[in-house]
Design a protein around this ligand. Structure first.
Ligand SMILES: O=P(O)(O)OC[C@@H](O)[C@@H](O)c1c[nH]c2ccccc12
Length: 283
């Protein structure tokens, strides 16, 4: 039987072909936003005054949850995220399975100065060009859906356009296969995209294999300050959080409280005696 991921990719291929038949790459390249100077998501995380990075996601629904929040406008959510002090935002642009759109990305771009990650199932160069044309600063590439060659060529294109790449892996094989790709950020997804099961174990076991110098992100199913503390202690620099923030009707308050709780568990850089010891925590 076809897995949900296979189904999404199948549909995505058709979708990209249809779009490209109406709007050419050239047309996208001529758009105003295509010329903009992008923000660096990895730098924002590395220099975060918090000492760690939070990427907050705009997510209306998902295949595993039919409705997370459909009452707030993307502008309201993004403003709340920015006010609460996150380091970047992730905007789901897949429509069929997540209820997002490129228009969401555009409105997010117009609303905030945060680095924006286009979150979609990117399989073609066309979508990378689209990401730039609609205001993204970074794109997500999912190792499970791409060959090593494709990860490389899409990364090259993105970086030539000034977009950073967050490469998402789920297991050691995917990580090992793409270890040489010079991405700025690597993410370990705690959610199995085939079964939707969530386990922080994924993040805990893979962190030590991510190359030095790459910003390390733990993604999905994160809903407590304690979980962040555990992930931070093993070496993660940033945390990608969607559902936990989106399911409230006051995301600004929720994110502020959440960050406050984390700060009580994780001392700020200049308050900590020896920050560098963190990465040497034994497994
Ligand atoms: O809502 P959560 O459990 O906090 O997860 C956010 C994000 O990690 C998740 O939406 C995600 C991670 N990788 C993806 C790939 C495609 C779509 C969505 C995702």
């Amino acid at each position: 039987m076809e897995t949900i991921l296979e189904k999404i990719i199948h549909q995505k291929k058709k979708e990209v072909m249809l779009k490209e038949s109406l709007i050419s790459r050239k047309q996208l390249e001529n758009s105003e936003l295509f010329k903009r100077h992008t923000f660096s998501l990895s730098e924002q995380i590395k220099t975060s005054p918090l000492g760690f990075g939070i990427i907050a996601e705009h997510k209306r629904r998902s295949p595993s949850r039919s409705s997370i929040n459909t009452s707030l406008l993307v502008q309201e959510v993004l403003e709340a995220y920015e006010n609460a002090g996150v380091n970047g935002a992730s905007i789901l642009t897949d429509n069929s399975f997540f209820g997002g759109s490129l228009e969401d990305l555009l409105l997010a771009r117009a609303t905030v100065k945060l680095p924006l990650l286009r979150k979609d199932f990117i399989i073609e160069e066309y979508q990378v060009i689209e990401a730039k044309a609609f205001g993204a600063d970074a794109i997500l590439l999912i190792a499970a859906t791409l060959t090593k060659q494709k990860v490389n060529s899409l990364t090259k294109l993105a970086q030539n356009l000034g977009l950073e790449v967050l490469l998402e892996v789920h297991n050691f094989k995917e990580l090992e296969q793409n270890i040489d790709t010079p991405v700025q950020l690597m993410g370990v997804n705690n959610r199995n995209l085939k079964t939707f099961e969530v386990s922080l174990e994924n993040s805990l076991s893979l962190v030590h294999h991510i190359p030095d110098g790459v910003v390390k992100i733990s993604e999905s199913g994160i809903n407590s300050a304690e979980a962040i503390k555990t992930l931070y202690d093993v070496g993660y620099d940033g945390f990608l959080i969607g559902e936990h923030f989106m399911k409230t009707n006051d995301p600004e308050k929720e994110v502020k409280n959440f960050i406050h709780k984390i700060c009580q568990l994780i001392p700020k850089k200049n308050e900590s005696k020896n920050q560098n010891l963190r990465h040497e925590t034994p497994r």
